[in-house]
Design a protein around this ligand. Structure first.
Ligand code: DQA
Length: 203
């Protein structure tokens, strides 16, 4: 920050990811003159500065998916969320994309992450909204606002279960919907996302 006026904005060299100290004329603070700037990296729970300029694939997991492996394994399988994310991350990064996975039991956290995708490097979203599939107009609206292509994934075949699971607030906005393939559904969605983004980059 500007030493004369600490409220003045941070300066970041986004090309290299370096955060140099340097001196220059302060144009933003009312006093002006020479000021010493030091770029700082802000990391908080609300805001993460993207260090990578690569297009990113964002995977979003809704409530109770943190319990995968232990939660009704006859329905959801024995693969843990950490294992699913690790496999997706390796594949996405090998294909040259940045990768981020987020899981939350709180609707607001998912909504805020989707909103952030309006302005960050997210190029494609894979989302299992879990129970919010059937309830959340608010999360649907956030994805619509983000305007990024997304695939809706469900581990179980929601059409072969209770009737209330047949309705989704997301499917009509989605690029595609995968359900009933267990953890493989995420891998299939990622394969599609990579091909989609590579075609977009080529053309
Ligand atoms: C789920 C199906 C939803 O109906 C359920 O509420 C979940 C998981 C699935 O992955 O099969 O939590 O999205």
């Amino acid at each position: 920050s500007c030493f004369t006026n600490p409220a003045v904005s941070i300066q970041i060299n986004t090309k290299t990811g370096h955060f140099p100290h340097y001196r220059r004329k302060c144009t933003s603070c009312p006093i002006g003159g020479k000021a010493r700037f030091q770029a700082r990296l802000f990391i908080s729970t609300e805001f993460k500065l993207p260090l990578s300029m690569k297009p990113a694939i964002l995977v979003m997991h809704g409530p109770n998916l943190n319990l995968l492996g232990r939660r009704e394994p006859e329905i959801y399988g024995r693969t843990t969320l950490a294992d699913i994310n690790a496999g997706l991350q390796a594949r996405a990064e090998a294909a040259g994309f940045a990768f981020e996975a987020v899981q939350s039991n709180a609707e607001a956290v998912l909504i805020e992450r989707a909103q952030a995708a309006m302005a960050d490097h997210t190029a494609f979203i894979i989302i299992n909204p879990a129970a919010y599939t059937h309830t959340s107009v608010a999360l649907r609206d956030a994805l619509a606002a983000a305007g990024k292509p997304f695939i809706e994934v469900h581990l179980s075949n929601v059409h072969a279960r209770e009737p209330f699971r047949r309705h989704s607030y997301f499917s009509d906005l989605a690029q595609g919907v995968i359900c009933g393939l267990g953890a493989h559904g995420y891998a299939a969605a990622l394969d599609f996302a990579i091909e989609y983004l590579q075609q977009k980059q080529a053309g």
